[in-house]
Design a protein around this ligand. Structure first.
Ligand SMILES: [Mg+2]
Length: 481
């Protein structure tokens, strides 16, 4: 290959060195009597080809030199009320480009900060290498938040380094628009709730999810057995031994026929208002065991719900299998599972009809695609759970675009007016007619809107404050001897 072609194919210099080179060039040019700024550059005739190319391409976006890219920092900004707390991370590099990721909602940013010492100096384009290095520090549910947030940020960086959208790096896309389903704030009044759901349909959403369960029976007599032991209105209480912290099989709560009838009547009224043509899923039924789940599932059969979610915790493969085989409404779980192995168990056992990974818990973009692909090979579709800012949402969008058996992605923040304003660099509104158009910009395709982010930060925290205390590894990481 001749030198001219070699130079044309040479990977562009990094932003920082580009600036220096340009300065060098300008100095040399002025020493040589060249006039710049619109005057023909006849003086280039006697210049080396490198300098000519350097000058003629100086306005081209040169991104970075991927093979020399190195991670230099990891910092956090904590966004709150989105409507949940969401730590967004930024991974910086030696070439001025950075990647954005997000720790799962309600998880500690420390899950990501702990990983900083493990990723400093790594080339962020080696996403799978870094993922395999750090995945031992993730666990189920929120404990996966750090690993997954870093993984998202790495794809953002790799995409920016190679100037391609993240979906392209994991195999390309199956769709140009990603369908959303939206959760809706609950109400004990079915007519009020149905009106809220109908408003979603009028906004253009094509897939709905509702929350209902024994919590609506908390003030009723003779509908819930063993209610005296627990406050069944507190499904999210974190105190050890409370209702919220006691797994379904261990509450021994049962629902009477009257209780089931009241729940069923609620769903009937909602269905009557939203109609029978839109998929309507359901979640958060309360903490009761397999038999009650089957009785409730059978009673709800006439309303053809899209799926019943998390009837029992995901860990109970045999219980799920029993429920799935006993009812005719599809079953679904998975929002708290970390890594593909536990999904594989559920899929191999034919324990559920659909999977529901949360990309910020399941292992990030590539691992979630692997989970989706395994499900697809077994004839199982993938819904995606999500609650967070547009940063994590876009990671989900790229994964959903690149995974064939994807059905719909959750949107939890429809009622937050500033939610879309948190980011720039993407066409607005981000959500249109219940869908998000997959962006073609490099990486995740968004940048933070600093002013808006600063308006919604956790009190007492700083915008991407230094995190030097997390720089040093102080433990041996090997898992075997
Ligand atoms: Mg759920």
């Amino acid at each position: 290959m001749n030198k001219y072609l070699q130079n044309l194919l040479k990977v562009p210099k990094a932003v920082t060195s580009e600036t220096n080179n340009r300065r060098d060039f300008l100095q040399k040019a002025s020493l040589g009597g060249l006039a710049l700024g619109g005057i023909p550059l006849g003086g280039f005739i006697d210049k080396p080809i490198e300098e000519t190319l350097e000058y003629s391409t100086q306005k081209v976006n040169k991104f970075s030199n991927p093979s020399d890219l190195k991670i230099t920092d990891l910092r956090v900004v904590e966004i709150v009320n989105a409507p949940m707390p969401c730590p967004v991370i930024r991974i910086d590099t030696n070439q001025g480009i950075y990647g954005l990721g997000e720790v799962r909602d309600h998880a500690s940013p420390k899950y990501a900060l702990f990983l900083k010492s493990r990723i400093l100096g790594e080339n962020p384009c080696n996403v799978d290498r870094i993922f395999k290095k750090i995945k031992q520090f993730g666990g189920h549910s929120r404990q996966a938040g750090g690993v997954c947030g870093v993984e998202m940020a790495l794809w953002d960086l790799a995409g920016k380094a190679y100037n391609v959208p993240a979906y392209q790096l994991v195999g390309g896309k199956f769709r140009d628009r990603v369908r959303l389903y939206c959760d809706t704030t609950g109400s004990d009044d079915p007519v009020e709730y149905a009106k809220r759901m109908k408003a979603r349909v009028d906004q253009g959403f094509t897939f709905l999810k509702m929350d209902f369960g024994i919590q609506m029976l908390k003030d009723e007599d003779n509908m819930v057995i063993n209610k005296g032991m627990y406050d069944i209105g507190q499904q999210w209480s974190r105190e050890y031994g409370s209702y919220g912290s006691t797994a379904h099989p261990f509450t021994r709560i049962q629902i009477t026929d009257e209780g089931i009838e009241k729940i069923v009547d609620y769903v009937r009224q909602v269905r009557d208002i939203v109609g029978y043509e839109i998929p309507l899923a359901a979640d958060h039924f309360g903490h009761f065991d397999t038999n009650e789940a089957i009785r409730l599932g059978n009673a709800l059969e006439p309303y053809r719900l899209a799926y019943l979610e998390d009837l029992v915790p995901w860990q109970y493969t045999d219980k799920w299998k029993q429920i799935t085989h006993a009812i005719n409404t599809p079953t679904l779980t998975g929002e708290d599972i970390f890594l593909k192995e536990e999904f594989i168990k559920l899929i191999d056992a034919r324990a559920i009809d659909m999977i529901h990974p949360d990309l910020a818990s399941s292992g990030g973009i590539l691992e979630t695609k692997k989970i989706g692909d395994y499900a697809e090979e077994n004839g199982i579709p993938m819904m995606m759970h999500f609650a967070g800012t547009p940063v994590s949402m876009m990671a989900n969008v790229h994964c959903a675009a690149a995974t064939q058996n994807f059905i719909a992605l959750e949107h939890h923040s429809v009622d937050i007016p500033w939610w879309e304003d948190l980011v720039v660099g993407i066409d607005k509104p981000i959500v249109q007619d219940g869908h998000i158009t997959v962006p073609d910009r490099p990486g995740l395709g968004i940048e933070l809107n600093e002013d808006v982010v600063k308006e919604h930060m956790k009190k007492g925290t700083k915008y991407f404050a230094p995190t030097d205390e997390w720089n040093t590894i102080d433990s041996a990481d090997r898992l075997w001897s």
